[in-house]
Design a protein around this ligand. Structure first.
Ligand code: NAD
Length: 369
């Protein structure tokens, strides 16, 4: 097994270090190599996704990614901005299906911004299409308007588009994932206004014929955003396009208590994948040692399960995370009265101890010392 490790910027380096420690504690045999990506790669090599980094990612069985970005790069031309690295990796590795589970751990129901009874037992899987939509459609740019409300004015425009095969393959992924869970798919669109999403709805409905054992319903994105905070537990698998998925998965993240708890996987057609926390590089807390590493540690567990065929090792990590949460350990983002506030490194150490089978009491002693 070869893993490419790309920590990136901001808290990326801090949280990936903890996930690597946890992987090492499993005593599996794997080879890993680390490379620069994002702003760190731009500083060193003048490009956010240098060829060496891309080649390493291509050669690996899986990529463990931290996060990229910092406000200081906002003035760079778009192609050189750190965030282009993640878009480039998705494109070159053929990653089209983004899995974002939103699970509310029973120990964290009080960290959610919703009432505990609304989120207790929450287990949603958001599947976001990654290659199409308004993020990649051409043409795009700035120009002088020739029509519209203000002819002659400066304007900007993007193009929303989806091809039939793009929608079909993500629909298959969603129905197959639902078969292993609650057998319900909600397809989120904006078919009432957008041609692209009427097409999306039609194609998803067509594919559904092959999955009679899975229930399908359609929901407009504005309603889905509302239902996610009103009655989130009624969702099982949510499948949607690139932009709606980007927004809804962050909304779902907050239901779980903190975006610092949410792992993600981006898979190609052969289940090779890139695994990263759902959050960004959090420049506001970078270098302070307070970031929550659990989303990245749980992403490493997804990597073991989806790409490396090590389901048992993945279970060990997930159960270790439950153990440390039950022991009352919390990073600042999920801390509440009566729990013990720990640093990024202390949280990583505690998960390592739990993976190795240390008791909850031992974990608390170790992290306090
Ligand atoms: P962000 O996710 O980095 O941060 C949003 C908020 O959540 C911040 O208050 C941050 O402190 C907090 N947060 C995030 N992760 C946390 C963690 N593990 N523990 C505790 N708190 C955490 O989003 P942003 O502030 O909008 O963006 C910051 C930078 O990250 C930008 O440059 C953006 O482009 C980039 N970004 C990168 C990715 C990626 O690498 N895939 C994704 C999203 C944003």
């Amino acid at each position: 097994m070869k893993i490419a490790i790309l920590p990136g910027d901001g808290i990326g380096t801090e949280i990936v270090a903890e996930a690597v420690k946890v992987l090492q504690a499993l005593d599996l045999s794997f080879e890993s190599e680390t490379a620069l990506v994002g702003g760190a790669a731009y500083e060193a090599h003048g490009h956010p996704l240098p060829e060496a980094t891309l080649n390493l990612a291509k050669a690996a069985d899986a990529v463990l990614f931290g996060a990229v970005g910092d406000w200081k790069y906002d003035k760079l031309e778009r192609a050189l901005r750190p965030e282009q690295a993640i878009l480039g990796l998705r494109k070159h590795l053929g990653l089209f299906a983004n899995f974002r589970p939103a699970i509310c751990y029973e120990q964290l129901t009080h960290a959610s911004s919703l009432k505990p009874e609304l989120v207790a037992g929450l287990d949603i899987l958001i599947i976001r299409e990654l290659t199409g939509d308004i993020y990649f459609g051409a043409p795009r740019g700035r120009r002088t308007a020739v029509d519209g409300h203000f002819p002659g004015a400066e304007e900007a425009f993007d193009t929303m588009r989806y091809s039939k095969p793009e929608i079909e393959r993500i629909a298959h992924v969603a129905f197959q994932a639902a078969r292993k869970r609650g057998k319900r798919v909600t397809s989120v669109d904006k078919a009432n206004v957008l041609e692209t999403f009427q097409f999306w709805k039609d194609v998803v409905t067509e594919v559904h014929v092959q999955y009679p054992d899975v229930a399908l319903d359609h929901m407009y994105v504005d309603n889905a955003a509302m239902q996610l905070v009103k009655a989130p537990k009624k969702f099982d698998v949510v499948v949607t396009g690139n932009m709606f998925g980007d927004i809804l998965s962050d909304e779902a993240a907050m239901l779980t208590g903190s975006i610092g708890m949410l792992p993600s996987a981006s898979l190609d057609r052969n289940n090779k994948g890139l695994y990263e926390p759902s959050h960004g590089s959090a420049p506001d807390i970078a270098g302070k040692g307070i970031a929550n590493p659990l989303a990245t540690i749980l992403s490493a567990a997804m990597m073991l399960r989806f790409s490396l065929n090590q389901a048992e090792a993945a279970d060990r990590i997930e159960s270790a995370v439950r153990t440390v949460l039950s022991a009352g350990l919390r990073t600042a983002d999920i801390w509440s009265e009566g729990t013990q506030k720990v640093s990024t490194r202390e949280m990583g150490d505690a998960v390592v101890s739990a993976v190795r089978g240390a008791s909850v009491k031992t974990i608390t002693t170790i992290t306090k010392s």
